[in-house]
Design a protein around this ligand. Structure first.
Ligand SMILES: [Ca+2]
Length: 253
């Protein structure tokens, strides 16, 4: 029977761990680790409203897997910058072979060469998605309204898992510059099946409950049999003694 309690302890701690994870910061549905719009993973930019220049602020820098690093030797690219500080600025991304994916997370990295106090990095933005085949005629769905901190670091955003063939980043403001708006990197991640994992756990717990009830019934049945047998045995001896006593008494009389 010990295995029952070990199994229950293991399952309970597993469920509890998942619940704790949820409570800390992450949603129940988890995200994959492959950045779907990275150029190396087949990601592409389908359309964009403007770029400051071809050489240093090319929109392709949004999916090149790197951001500016000022340390010697200087590595990374500038990122993307708009032609002017006009809003909204929109950039549409697709995945490998323009496949439809269930996504629930984007990461924006506003790391650019410009110091933060100039205020050129992206601030308020929206994420829109569509599974339609033609981005020009598509019906778009808003899945996230977000605000970036004016800090040179990756910032993660989660939203309800949504089917997407195209993802539109709609930038609504920067941190105050009247020159342009910029962004170092943009990433999109697939929703993984955290729900399915929980469903499996629930199924296993339900089976354990069935087994436990069966074991309880078995114990009850054995216990009842033991009580009944004991009772029958006691009764027989008592009756026997009583009979013997009566017989003895009768003889003494
Ligand atoms: Ca980049």
């Amino acid at each position: 029977m010990r295995w029952f309690w070990l199994a229950i302890a293991a399952l309970t701690s597993s469920v509890f761990a998942q619940t704790q994870t949820k409570q800390v910061s992450k949603p129940l549905v988890l995200s994959g680790t492959v950045n779907l719009v990275a150029a190396v993973n087949g990601g592409a930019i389908v359309k964009f409203t403007s770029q400051l220049d071809e050489e240093n602020w090319n929109v392709k820098n949004l999916i090149d897997g790197t951001v500016w690093d000022g340390r010697v030797p200087q590595t990374g690219t500038n990122g993307w910058a708009s032609k002017e500080a006009k809003f909204p600025q929109e950039i549409i991304f697709s995945f490998r072979n323009r496949e439809v994916k269930l996504i629930n997370k984007v990461v924006l990295d506003p790391t650019i060469p410009d110091p933060t106090f100039i205020g050129r990095a992206t601030r308020d933005f929206e994420i829109w998605v569509t599974a339609d085949p033609d981005p020009e005629k598509a019906t778009w769905k808003l899945v996230l309204i977000g605000t970036l901190r004016n800090e040179k670091q990756r910032q993660e955003f989660y939203f309800i898992p949504s089917e997407a063939r195209f993802v539109k980043l709609r930038i609504l403001s920067n941190h105050g510059s009247d020159r342009y708006v910029a962004l170092g990197e943009f990433e999109v991640y697939e929703a993984t099946h955290g729900i399915a994992v929980l469903d499996q756990l629930i199924a296993r717990l339900e089976q354990l409950l069935v087994d436990l009830k069966r074991y309880r019934d078995l114990l009850a049945e054995q216990g009842l049999r033991a009580v009944t047998e004991g009772s029958e045995k006691g009764q027989t001896e008592s009756e026997k003694g009583q009979t013997e006593g009566e017989e003895k008494g009768q003889v003494e009389k």
